[in-house]
Design a protein around this ligand. Structure first.
Ligand code: ZN
Length: 330
């Protein structure tokens, strides 16, 4: 048997109510968001990115962020977090009682301007004030490195530039670094290498890996990241999500697919897969967009399907013993 080097426990942080919905044309009702957030907490998710505090004109689907944060019934031990792009958003997030605030900066100026309407330098300047405000309130402050593998406009991003931005974050006192393969351009070798390097250079700073499955490498990248020492991963209910500035970008890795893989590998997540499945059903019913979760489509591994009636009725030449063994063989 091959034994992989893995963390014993992995924290799955769900971002469906932020990254997942931010580009949907369909505006999700506030009540449904609250239902899903509370449902995820009940299912055992311990960190939930519940909202983003952005300009409602730019991101209409999170215009109700303040109301969502205010109305959710909070489960003890669960962190309800939010994404911000500027100081104004950070003030709203603090006011709304978020348990974690994350500021995102892209590694290329062109994408950072498209995403948050600022140069990288301007965003870093603002980060000083945001970090002071958020940490001053005793709330963990996280810095997200977006485009950690590649940019839709400029192509491959050098690994060293990831570490340069991480160093700037560390000097501003971030509590946690988010390594984001926002465009799904990462491969397992690079993701594993970057995780190992960040763990080596900033061992006292927490790390979350944020992966999109745009090119089908999502779970492979997640596995490589965990083998390199990442113990917190972002994922999105139903695999919802995608960047508005990245043509063809699909969603984050699906929360169910990640939890399912870890369940099979006997890595503890504390998450109830069946409860997640029920939430994905609820989400699928409410949306007119396809969900990307493979487990949602196919069901869990080893779930047995009913044997076709014609076989049970003996219309087939096989013996009843064959029929008994059928579900195991196919
Ligand atoms: Zn993302």
């Amino acid at each position: 048997m091959i034994t992989l080097k893995m963390p014993e426990k992995v924290t799955v942080r769900d971002v469906a109510m932020r990254d997942g919905i931010q580009n949907l044309k369909h505006i999700l009702p506030t009540d449904l968001k609250i239902d899903l957030i509370e449902g995820m907490a009940s299912a055992g998710i311990r960190r939930i990115e519940a909202a983003s505090f952005m300009n409602p004109k730019a991101v209409p689907n999170t215009a109700d962020a303040d109301e969502v944060m205010l109305r959710i019934k909070r489960k003890p031990g669960v962190r309800y977090e939010a994404l911000v792009a500027n100081l104004r958003g950070a003030k709203r997030a603090v006011e709304a009682g978020c348990d974690g605030v994350q500021q995102v900066i892209s590694l290329t100026d062109v994408h950072n301007r498209a995403n948050v309407n600022r140069s990288v330098k301007q965003s870093l300047e603002e980060m000083k004030e945001i970090s002071a405000l958020v940490r001053g309130e005793g709330i963990p402050f996280c810095g997200a490195i977006s485009l950690a593998t590649g940019c839709p406009y400029t192509g491959r991003v050098p690994e060293e530039s990831v570490y340069e931005l991480a160093e700037k974050y560390a000097s501003l006192g971030v509590d946690e670094i988010f390594l984001c393969d926002s465009m799904g351009m990462g491969d397992p070798a690079r993701m594993g290498r970057m995780v190992a390097e960040i763990r080596r250079r900033w061992p006292a700073t927490d790390l979350t890996v944020h992966i999109h499955n745009t090119r089908g490498m999502g779970l492979a990248n997640a596995l490589a990241s965990m083998q390199a020492g990442a113990a917190t991963l972002d994922a999105s209910l139903g695999g919802l999500g995608g960047c508005p500035f990245a043509p063809g970008a699909s969603g984050n890795i699906s929360t169910e697919d990640l939890v399912h893989m870890l369940w099979l590998m006997e890595v503890e997540t504390g998450v109830d897969l069946d409860a997640l499945h029920a939430l994905t059903e609820k989400l699928a019913d409410a949306l007119d967009t396809p969900l990307f979760s493979a487990v949602h489509r196919a069901g869990k591994s080893f779930e047995k399907s009913p044997v076709p009636a014609r076989l049970l009725a003996g219309e087939d030449e096989r013996t009843s013993q064959d029929v008994d063994g059928l579900a195991e063989r196919v």
